[in-house]
Design a protein around this ligand. Structure first.
Ligand code: TRP
Ligand code: SF4
Length: 351
C-alpha cells in the first residue's frame, strides 16, 4: 500500500504499516498515575515494536491531564516521572524515542487557540469519547462541563499536528479524537491553504484487560489493577484475592475456567500449552485453586521482574529520567517552532 492510499483510510492496523524512518508517529499519555498491565498489553508493547520502524514521539500530556485534574496538580506533577519510568522499564529506548512534556511546548497551546475557531461546540459535544468521559465525571463537573475539558480534542489535534505526525497509535476509545483532528486539519487546509498533514490512526491493540475482580475496567480507584511496578508480595496478595469460579469449594469440584479471572490471566502470562492443561484439569476437578494461583503468580512475576528491575534503575537515578525528558523536549520544540512558522504564514500572522 502506498502512503497516499493509507492516508485516505481512517485507520489502519499495526500489522499493515510499512516501516519508514522518515515518518513520525506521535502518541501521548495523561500523567495521572503509574501504569498497569492494561497499559502494557493495550499500548506499551506495540510502542516497543514501533520504535524501530518510525521516528517515535511520546508526549507526557500534563496539560491534558489537568483538564480533568485541575484541582489536583500534585497528582499530575508526581505522575510525570512515574509514567516515563514505566515506559523506559518496558523497553522503550530513549535513543529511539523522543519523550517530551506538553506544557514545555507553548506552540501546542498557541495552535489550540487557532484551531478553536474551526470547531463548533456541537461537534465537540457529539464526540463519543468526550461524551462518555463527561458522563463518567459528573462528580467533577456537576451541571456543566468546563470549556477546557470540552475542548481537549482541539488541544490533542494540536499535539499531533504540531509534530507533523503521520501515524497516531491509539486504542479504539481514542478513534473519535483522531477523526476530529483530521476534520480540523481538512478545515484548516481548505481555508488557509495546504499546510498541515492529516494523521492516520494506527490501531495499536484491541486488547482491553479486565481487572482481577472481573470488572471490564481496570484502575486505581477500582482497586483491581496490577501495576508494572508491583513487587512480588503485592502480586501475591492481589492474585490470591482474584475472583475464581465461585462454585468450586473442594479441589475435586468440576470448575469452569471461562468464569475464572485466574484462568483469564493465565492466558495473558502463561504459555499456550500450559493454559490448555490448566483448562482441562480445572474442568475435570483435578486442580486446586490455590495451586493454580501460585502458578499464576510465578508466570506474572517472570514477565514483571525484568520490568521492575529496569524501573528500579531509574527510580534510583531520577535525574536520568529528567535528562531524557529535557533532551526530548528540546528536540520536540524545534519541530514545533517550524510548524508554528508555517501555520502563522498560512494564517497571515507572519509579521
Ligand atoms: N488522550 C490520550 C489518552 O487519554 C492521551 C493523549 C494526549 C494522546 N495527546 C495525545 C494520544 C496525542 C495520542 C496523540 O490516552
Ligand atoms: Fe480458576 Fe484455576 Fe480454580 Fe479453575 S483451578 S477455578 S482455573 S483458579
Amino acid at each position: 500500500m502506498s502512503e497516499k492510499e493509507l492516508i485516505n483510510d481512517e485507520k489502519i492496523k499495526l500489522e499493515d504499516v510499512k516501516p519508514d524512518k522518515t515518518l513520525r508517529i506521535l502518541t501521548g499519555d495523561r500523567p495521572t498515575g503509574k501504569m498497569h498491565i492494561g497499559h502494557y498489553f493495550g499500548s506499551l508493547k506495540s510502542r516497543v515494536a514501533l520504535q524501530d520502524k518510525f521516528q517515535t514521539f511520546i508526549e507526557v500530556a500534563d496539560v491534558q491531564a489537568l483538564t480533568d485534574n485541575f484541582n489536583n496538580p500534585d497528582k499530575v506533577k508526581k505522575s510525570v516521572n512515574q509514567i516515563v519510568m514505566d515506559e523506559l522499564a518496558v523497553g522503550l529506548d530513549p535513543n529511539k524515542v523522543t519523550f517530551f512534556i506538553q506544557s514545555l511546548i507553548p506552540e501546542i497551546a498557541e495552535l489550540t487557540v487557532f484551531y478553536s475557531n474551526l470547531v463548533t461546540i456541537a461537534r465537540l459535544e457529539r464526540n463519543p469519547t468526550v461524551k462518555t468521559e463527561i458522563a463518567q465525571k459528573k462528580d467533577l463537573f456537576g451541571e456543566s462541563v468546563t470549556y477546557g475539558f470540552l475542548g481537549y480534542p482541539v488541544s490533542q489535534a494540536a499535539d499531533i499536528t504540531c509534530f507533523d505526525a503521520t501515524y497516531v497509535p491509539v486504542g479504539e476509545d481514542q478513534l473519535p479524537l483522531i477523526e476530529q483532528c483530521r476534520e480540523i486539519v481538512r478545515k484548516f487546509n481548505s481555508i488557509y491553504g495546504d499546510t498541515l498533514r492529516e494523521p492516520v490512526a494506527v490501531m495499536s491493540s484491541n486488547m482491553r484487560i479486565k481487572g482481577l475482580d472481573g470488572n471490564v475496567k481496570m484502575g486505581k480507584s477500582l482497586g483491581n489493577a496490577l501495576y508494572l511496578s508491583d513487587d512480588l508480595d503485592t502480586i501475591k496478595q492481589k492474585v490470591m484475592s482474584a475472583v475464581t469460579d465461585p462454585s468450586r469449594i473442594r479441589k475435586d469440584d468440576k470448575g469452569n475456567p471461562d468464569i475464572c479471572m485466574v484462568y483469564y490471566y493465565h492466558n495473558l502470562f502463561t504459555d499456550k500449552e500450559e493454559c490448555k492443561n490448566i483448562c482441562e484439569e480445572c474442568k475435570a476437578g483435578k486442580r486446586g485453586c490455590v495451586a493454580c494461583k501460585k502458578q499464576l503468580i510465578e508466570s506474572i512475576n517472570k514477565v514483571l521482574e525484568p520490568i521492575r528491575d529496569k524501573r528500579k534503575h531509574y527510580e534510583e537515578n531520577p535525574k536520568e529520567v529528567m535528562d531524557i525528558l529535557m533532551a526530548g523536549t528540546d528536540k520536540a520544540r524545534v519541530i514545533a517552532k517550524e510548524t508554528m512558522e508555517k501555520v502563522k504564514k498560512s494564517m497571515k500572522l507572519d509579521y
